[in-house]
Write a protein of this length. Sequence first.
Length: 347
Amino acid sequence: MFAAYFDCPGGPENLYMKEVMKPDPGEGEVLVKVSASALNRADLLQRRGKYPPPKGASDILGLEAAGSVAGLGPGCSGRWKVGDAVMALLSGGGQAQFVTVPEGLLMPIPKGMTFIQAAAIPEAWLTAFQLLHFVGKVQEGERVLIHAGASGVGMAAIQLVRLAKAIPIVTAGTQEKLEATANAGSAAGFNYKNEDFSEKVLEFTQGSGADIILDCVGASYWEKNLNCLSTDGRWIIYGLLSGGEVHGDLLARLLSKRASIHTSLLRSRDKEASTGYKQCMQCFFPQYKERLVRAFTEEVLPHFSGGASPRLQPLVDSVYPLHAIAEAHRAMEENKNIGKIVIEIPV
């Protein structure tokens, strides 16, 4: 099969389409024929040699995929059958013609949705859902500040905050991106390049501040984040685009607001057992990612189909064929995309 590959860390020019061995599904795994994948910041970092895949994961790029079931490994429960249209959360391997997936990490593609649209869901939407519900415990009426509001995670978070009956506030770097976030449902948006977002958030919330901050930026935002974080607020860090080294009295300011910092990475969560389950006191506990996928499937996925209200919609910025993977990486590095960059996989 063909897959996105690079032989040594470096720039996008190191990427190419390579013929590699097709994987075989193991115990409790499903073989998926991939029609589309999507690009994430993690792929760029991995290509640069700064974010290696977790132990045991594929070294092929791609943290999400959409396609059809092509085979079943031993021990599968019977939930899926060959030909089913599915999308998957992955630790790697999505930008290839085939990938193996633990059956508990598969989701059905909503009716009427294309593979291209479906590929824009798993990583971004599950990340946003996890940050808001598993980590942040968002409540109705709370104000949620979302940095990088026009990114894949940002656009998903806006809609999920609305679904939770909370209030999304965003930052972005261009007027075009702010308009896109407003169309997605943001209650307010501020240009971090020419506005002090902390002052604007305080003004918008009448001095109360944001109850939750979803932060993929890190160090350069820490003072402004604390300035506009509410008393007892939750600051959730899931990326460090500006680095992680902080100089200043962060802990004292955090303590003065009785606020908390949470950190989260989804990709590196360990697989607890080959089947995704561990037995304890005669009970079964699904591993973290499986619990996340199950909750998302039950609570959110129906809103991508007709009839559910509010209706959720993945936003695709652009589509690149697999052989143009280097161009897709360059496009993301330019930081101009609004929503997801999708990679179409050849038949």
